[in-house]
Design a binder for this molecule. Structure first.
Ligand SMILES: NC(=O)c1ccc[n+]([C@@H]2O[C@H](COP(=O)([O-])OP(=O)(O)OC[C@H]3O[C@@H](n4cnc5c(N)ncnc54)[C@H](O)[C@@H]3O)[C@@H](O)[C@H]2O)c1
Ligand SMILES: [Zn+2]
Length: 357
């Protein structure tokens, strides 16, 4: 197992799921264990975990899959369940699932009786390289994502890449986009590696997953409260989130996945970076030609774009009424807190639609 051991959090990645889990649970010596899954991870991932918890007193908690479960209402149901089952300050929550399960499970654990320990076992690619790393957890408020939450560390995060074998293709691509983002914000070498999108060779993916974990963890460790470098993780996310919110409200839950919206957002951010900071055009074109083979870019009308721009006002990176973008001068060279004119945003939508393929 590869591992990172910081003061208050350990991250493991590799094939020895059972041994690592048993070891970490022994260290914690919990009074009880609460294993949180959603219906899909209960079906596909539970059998790799459950047999190893036999010697502890544990309860299974299962939620409906999808973002609809990431709510205060669902949190209340889980808090009540913990209370009914006499969870105490020495109980342990194990989150077995994608970003929804780790965000929600981390949040209920961090708040129940002012905080009990939790272990994350991410089961989606997005969960492995992004959602389970860095300590952000929380729930949505209506269509506004992640409006209520905390930043806290998991006792351990155990990444077991074989879980991605049962992931639907769109979910796999969605997670992959965050790895491409890690490339944009660090090095050309890693960006080129992720743009190859070799999802059939698990051994190659494993080492890319590990690189992404290290990148995200480094950025986060150096900036827990998002005052500086952590903002680079929002590359592609300003317009990406606005597209996601627009999709949720106007087109329904399944129209666009987070990573698909981010794929479009990164295309737009590349164009804006090129326009404002001379980011290399060939990198922008190479990105678009490769990513458009994986993600369908919708045709946005002027009216759609106006609505998307309107959603920018909810972006959590905003300050003093201005919308703050993360742009790049070059791969790995970020410029934070950039204000962008709406005209440029319309132009960027045009550019990602018409660019060479
Ligand atoms: N905390 C953070 O820093 C952070 C970062 C990025 C995203 N997020 C959050 O993560 C969430 C998205 O995460 P996600 O994309 O993992 O979504 P998800 O948890 O909804 O999982 C996607 C789908 O895949 C299913 N699934 C999970 N593992 C599976 C497996 N191994 N095989 C088959 N199906 C499986 C799930 O049941 C679900 O239907 C969002 O709520 C987002 O806000 C949080
Ligand atoms: Zn993201």
């Amino acid at each position: 197992m590869r591992s990172i051991n910081d003061n208050n959090e350990s991250i493991f990645c590799g094939n020895e799921l059972a041994a690592t889990l048993i070891d970490m649970v022994r260290k914690k010596a919990p009074s009880q264990i609460f294993l949180l899954t959603d219906q899909h991870t209960k079906e596909f991932c539970l059998e790799a975990v459950e047999p190893h918890l036999g010697s502890w007193n544990y309860h299974l908690l299962c939620i409906a899959p999808g973002e609809e479960s990431k709510t205060i209402k669902q949190s209340e149901i889980l808090w009540a369940e913990l209370s009914r089952l006499n969870a105490d300050r020495n109980s342990l929550v194990i989150n077995l699932g994608g970003g929804v399960v780790t965000d929600l499970g981390g949040f209920i654990a961090a708040t129940y009786q002012r905080g009990i320990s939790f272990i994350n076992i991410p089961t989606t690619l997005l969960g492995m390289v992004d959602a389970s790393i860095g300590g952000k957890c929380g729930v949505d408020l209506g269509v506004l994502k992640n409006q209520v939450g905390v930043i806290t560390s998991a006792f351990a995060t155990i990444v077991y890449p074989p879980f991605i074998k049962t992931l639907p293709k769109r979910e796999l691509i969605s997670g992959w986009m965050e790895m491409i983002k890690h490339g944009f914000i660090t090095s050309k070498e890693y960006l080129d590696a992720t743009l190859l999108f070799e999802t059939n060779d698990l051994s190659k993916i494993e080492s890319l997953i590990w690189t992404s974990i290290v990148i995200k963890n480094n950025v986060v460790q150096n900036d827990q409260t998002e005052l500086g470098r952590r903002k680079t993780l929002n590359f592609g996310h300003t317009l990406g989130h606005a597209i996601e919110s627009y999709g949720l409200q106007k087109k329904g839950q399944n129209w666009i996945k987070h990573g698909e919206a981010i794929a479009i957002g990164m295309g737009l951010a590349c164009y804006l970076s090129h326009k404002i900071y001379a980011f290399p055009e060939e990198v922008f074109n190479d990105y678009l030609s490769k990513v458009k083979k994986l993600v369908a870019f919708p045709n946005f009308t002027e009216n759609d774009i106006a609505q998307i721009i309107d959603y920018l006002k909810y972006d959590k990176k905003n300050s003093h009424g201005g919308v703050n973008f993360v742009l790049l001068k070059d791969i790995g060279q970020e410029v934070l807190d950039v204000t962008v004119k709406n005209d440029f945003i319309y132009e960027a939508f045009g550019a990602i639609g018409q660019s060479k393929q």
